[in-house]
Design a protein around this ligand. Structure first.
Ligand code: G4P
Length: 533
């Protein structure tokens, strides 16, 4: 294809794409909403096709639940569908806090997010944490307030809570009329339409009524006098208090539109999706250590944000999830694996159309492809058409729980080393090696991962490990221009020094007090809570 035509077709493909993640606290309705979106896109035919990847409370064992989910989460990692001539890629984000790091990394691969909030519970902790990450990256946010068929908080109070707790400015694009038993529907402020509630997706065309003038007495007949009056007053207040939606402000992450609905009843979801495809950004530029990469560039580039090991222990291969950032990815083409400085070809790259996996010939910016991997990749790796580019924004965060890891089977030390390296490459946990005695410490976000590691080492690598407690508060990546101070610190605090898996220097702080002391004693040393600075 002549380069000019290739460029034009690439541009068209980029503009079609919307790659986003749904963020929520467990139970707010993320799975349900995902499923309804897929139904609209025709990607699935029946409700119940998307399995929840959450850890159910009271399950036999949290840990077996994780294994069950590893199977599910390959299928739900990326779900793609077409809607109104757009190609939409939904990236799954685990809500469980023990997998927060997985979610943070996935958020590096999206261009926008939808935040789901339970009308009764309001803004919950996990949502707060995840939105903070989105705000740091200036990711545009749309908010969906769910479960209006249940009693919950007053709409204005909720918006205040969203603004305060999430630190974002909002503007409602729909407004609820009653709630719970009295829930009559929503007024679509964006399109000036009254949207009458019918449970279980039974809403018909007649339930959506053009309604530009709310003083019209028909409103009283449709929703009752009391609710009609409330709606009129509230809409007046909304116009006074909240700004009109400005797409630029949304794209700059300065304002977030808010929708109200009920995912399980498939109510308010179409409005959300219609607005989303209209305003959400198409693939955005990405920053590398070398330069900014634009999606429209000719050269292919992408990065690995997630690695999924095969759940079947007989097949050691893994799937590396790569986000295409620029150019066109083509099957069976020589690309550069930047970290290993070696050429690689991919003969079976897969795309993810809902639960179907198929081999793709080509993929465009915004797309996620699965690359079969026998241990070449780790999270954050770049693949390009030849240029050395290292994508930024995929750091490791300081873990919260630490344990010494020991080899429990001296005959299997090789297997243990290999298993640990590969599990760390997958991002299951982080490994620190103490400089003093080479002892290894595993750091995780949640306690569940320790069990997962032990189990997977045994079943996938034939290795055994045991743990020993270690009292640590934080692992801090350190940097300084003051060599002398660094040497002094390494000498005095040799017990607390370690290297991470990439050989970066880390200070292991026993307590917040020890960290404070170190910061005071070595003022030229910077202590970072993430590996990228
Ligand atoms: P999550 O992925 O965010 O963790 O949440 P999920 O979609 O699994 O939803 C959590 C629970 O909330 C589910 O009920 C789901 O049916 C319910 N739900 C989702 N949307 C709505 C809504 O609009 N209104 C009401 N009333 N409930 C909603 P569950 O009992 O935990 O599971 P299930 O047995 O119904 O699957």
């Amino acid at each position: 294809m002549p380069p000019e035509i290739a460029r034009m077709s690439n541009k068209k493909e980029i503009e079609k794409r919307r790659t986003f993640g749904i963020v929520s606290h467990p139970d707010a309705g993320k799975t349900t909403l995902t499923e309804k979106l897929l139904l609209f896109g025709g990607a699935i035919q029946v409700a119940g096709a998307v399995k929840s990847n959450k850890i159910k409370r009271g399950a036999t064992s949290d840990f077996m639940e994780i294994e069950r989910q590893r199977g599910i989460s390959v299928a739900t990692s990326v779900m793609a569908f077409e809607y109104r001539d757009r190609k939409i890629n939904i990236l799954d984000t685990p809500g469980h806090q023990d997998f927060a790091e997985d979610t943070y990394r996935t958020l590096t691969a999206v261009d926008s997010v939808i935040v789901v909030i339970d009308v009764a519970k309001g803004v919950e902790t996990q949502t707060e944490k995840l939105v903070k990450v989105c705000r740091m990256r200036k990711t545009p946010i749309i908010v969906f307030i769910n479960k209006l068929d249940r009693e919950g908080k007053e709409a204005f109070d909720l918006l205040d809570e969203v603004e305060q707790k999430l630190g974002i400015n909002v503007t409602p694009l729909s407004w609820p009329i009653g709630m719970g038993q009295r829930f009559k529907g929503v007024y679509n402020l964006y399109e000036k339409k009254l949207n009458l509630f019918a449970p279980h997706g039974k809403q018909s065309k007649e339930d959506i009524i053009e309604f530009t003038d709310l003083t019209d007495s028909r409103l009283d007949e449709l929703v009752g006098e009391k609710l009609a009056e409330e709606l009129r007053e509230e809409v007046n207040m909304i116009t006074e208090v909240y700004p009109e939606l400005d797409r630029e402000a949304y794209l700059n992450s300065e304002i977030s539109p808010v929708f109200f609905g009920s995912a399980v009843n498939n109510f308010g979801v179409k409005e959300l999706l219609d607005c989303f495809v209209e305003i959400a950004p198409s693939p955005l530029p990405r920053v590398t250590e070398e330069r900014e990469v634009l999606p429209s560039e000719d050269q292919f580039s992408g990065f690995v944000f997630k690695i999924h090991a095969n759940i079947d222990p007989r097949h050691r291969d893994r799937i590396a999830f790569l986000r295409v950032c620029s150019g066109t990815f083509k099957r069976n083409t020589n690309y550069l694996h930047v970290r290993q400085a070696k050429k690689m070809k991919f003969s079976n790259p897969t795309s993810f159309m809902a639960a179907r996996k198929e081999v793709v010939e080509e993929a465009f910016p915004g797309d996620i492809i699965g690359l079969y991997d026998s241990g070449n990749f780790k999270i954050g790796d770049s693949v390009t058409g030849g240029e050395v580019l290292n994508f930024k924004g995929i750091p490791s965060f300081s873990p919260e729980q630490f344990r010494f890891v020991n080899n429990a089977d001296p005959l299997k030390s090789k297997q243990l080393a290999k298993g640990l390296t590969q599990l760390m490459d997958e991002g299951v946990a982080q490994l620190f090696t103490k400089t003093e005695n080479n002892r290894k410490i595993i750091g995780t976000v949640g306690a569940l991962q320790f069990e997962v590691i032990q189990y997977r080492l045994k079943h996938e690598y034939g290795a055994s490990c045991s743990y020993e407690p270690v009292a640590l508060h934080k692992a801090c990546w350190i940097e300084t221009d003051n060599e002398e101070q660094l040497r002094a610190m390494q000498k005095r605090r040799s017990r607390d020094m370690a290297k991470d898996k990439d050989g970066q220097l880390v200070f292991l702080a026993e307590s917040s007090w020890a960290l404070k002391m170190a910061q005071e004693n070595y003022p030229d040393v910077k202590f970072h809570f993430k590996s990228e600075f």
